[in-house]
Design a protein around this ligand. Sequence first.
Ligand code: GLN
Length: 192
Amino acid sequence: MKKVGVLSLQGDFAAHGAALERLGAQPVYVREPAQFREIDGLIIPGGESTTMLKLLRYENLMEPLAEFGRSRPMFGTCAGAILMAREVTQPEQESLGLMDIGVERNAYGRQIDSRVTAIDPAAEFEQRTSPGKLEAVFIRAPIIRRLGEGSKVLAMYHNDPVLVEQGPHMVATFHPELTSDSRVHELFLEKL
Ligand code: GLN
């Protein structure tokens, strides 16, 4: 059985755990460095990236997390995507730099900061999982403003990439863990 870490300092880690269980994987709720030895890959959930950063520093997890990501697959959703990016703006903040992308935080503005919408994933996403629209929940989401080399866009919303794969890693600016559609997690499990 695949053991998948879910960083559990803050945010909606429990929803990721439930999504993994639905797919027959075993979630490991990661709160300390020793746990990296037990897992095949790691998910950084949505939440508040600034708060997560503070807790990561406090728990001395920044370096072990970055090191894990240099050798094993990681998947970041929303705040998790912000933490995995190389550049973060609005405002600038420290990140792990595991994905060569640039993100702008809270980029949809205050008025329409959260929404649920059905998007058409890329053909490749449907080929690797199964066909059908993807329900995307955006909550104070970032926008990916720069895509580095080797990025594969697996879904777009209003001309912005919202699901991107780069080598072993993946990020989503929406929250696949909050819907019953398990295909995004399924895709991540394929990478482990
Ligand atoms: N706005 C949050 C941030 O900047 C992300 C929101 C989320 O994870 N749903 O970290």
